[in-house]
Design a protein around this ligand. Structure first.
Ligand code: HEM
Length: 289
């Protein structure tokens, strides 16, 4: 979409084009105040809303930001062990039930937070903070006004940080990534209810059906360029529509941007989580426990 002086974005949906553009050095996550009005607003919101104690959260940081190396090093240790069936009991109960859809958010926050702080527990408040963080860039002025009266996004980030000992990758996990996992578990619950699904699908196939990609990830162009999907200028916000791309190519390359500089460092852990959950849930459903 391009309205000179107002907005300049380019949305890319083709998996092959996303792979090519993900490696293009002109597309980064610097989010400098350049380009037309709305582009500057979006870049400014990302810089301010997805930061904590003076540094950006790792998944919105520029390629050469040291915050990313720090996050990768910490996560390699934090996620070294897969989630065990015993700590998944609560989520497995939820997968086998109907209704009470709101309970899953805090449960997944607890699971993720315990990677960073063994005693942490998600709650209605921490889940509200996560929903706020997710909406940050799209929030309307009236919403922002209400938030401002309740300590704004600063309060939301501070609430989330208490779950993970102030770790920035942890804040990303319990504030942003948690939504992807919850979305995938809702799909899994629906899939488990389909007659014959547990017999028909291997854990790997079920995980591939359920794992969502983040709907959109953003890049900002530092210089002009052209692709089959369109051309861009310095300051254009390029949107990778990963969830549409996943419908065409549901691999780790799309879901976790595996093989790119921005690849999700939690990809293998999350895939293992989904496979374990499917195995255990199928066992419970088929009465082979
Ligand atoms: C279903 C779950 C998840 C999906 C689909 C997912 C997907 C992704 C994708 C596509 C990116 C690249 C974003 C971009 O370039 O703008 C990313 C980055 C990242 N993810 Fe995940 N993620 C998930 C869960 C998690 C979890 C649980 C954690 C932490 C425990 C995590 C930590 C990160 C970090 C730190 C980055 C930034 C990588 C970098 O640029 O260096 N993710 N994730």
């Amino acid at each position: 979409m391009r309205i000179p002086g107002v907005i300049d974005t380019l949305t890319v949906r083709e998996p092959a084009a996303i792979t090519a553009l993900a490696a293009d050095p002109r597309l980064d996550r610097v989010f400098a105040p350049v380009g037309p009005l709305i582009n500057r607003y979006i870049a400014g919101r990302i810089r301010i809303d997805y930061a904590f104690r003076g540094a950006r959260l790792p998944a919105t940081s520029a390629k050469d930001d040291p915050v990313r190396d720090e996050a990768h090093a910490r996560l390699a240790a934090t996620l070294a062990e897969p989630a065990e069936a015993a700590e998944l009991a609560e989520i497995l109960d939820w997968l086998g039930q109907r209704g009470d859809d709101g309970a899953i958010g805090p449960m997944v926050q607890s699971l993720l937070a315990r990677r960073f702080d063994a005693g942490a527990t998600g709650s209605t408040e921490s889940w509200r903070a996560a929903r706020r963080l997710k909406r940050a860039v799209q929030a309307t002025p009236p919403e922002r006004l209400i938030w401002a009266l309740q300590q704004g996004l600063y309060g939301a980030r501070a609430r989330l940080s208490t779950l993970v000992g102030g770790d920035r990758a942890g804040i990303h996990a319990v504030g942003i990534a948690v939504h992807n996992i919850v979305c995938g578990l809702r799909r899994m619950r629906a899939l488990l209810a389909e007659p014959g699904a547990t017999a028909r699908l291997t854990p790997a196939a079920a995980a591939a059906r359920c794992l969502p990609a983040p709907p959109r990830v953003l890049r900002q162009a530092t210089a002009a360029g052209t692709t089959a999907e369109g051309s861009w200028r310095a300051g254009t916000i390029v949107i990778f529509d990963l969830e549409t791309a996943r419908g065409r190519c549901p691999t780790d390359q799309t879901v976790f941007m595996a093989g790119t500089w921005a690849a999700c460092p939690a990809g293998a852990w999350v895939r293992n989580l989904f496979e374990t959950l499917w195995t255990e849930a199928a066992r419970r459903k088929d009465g082979t426990k």
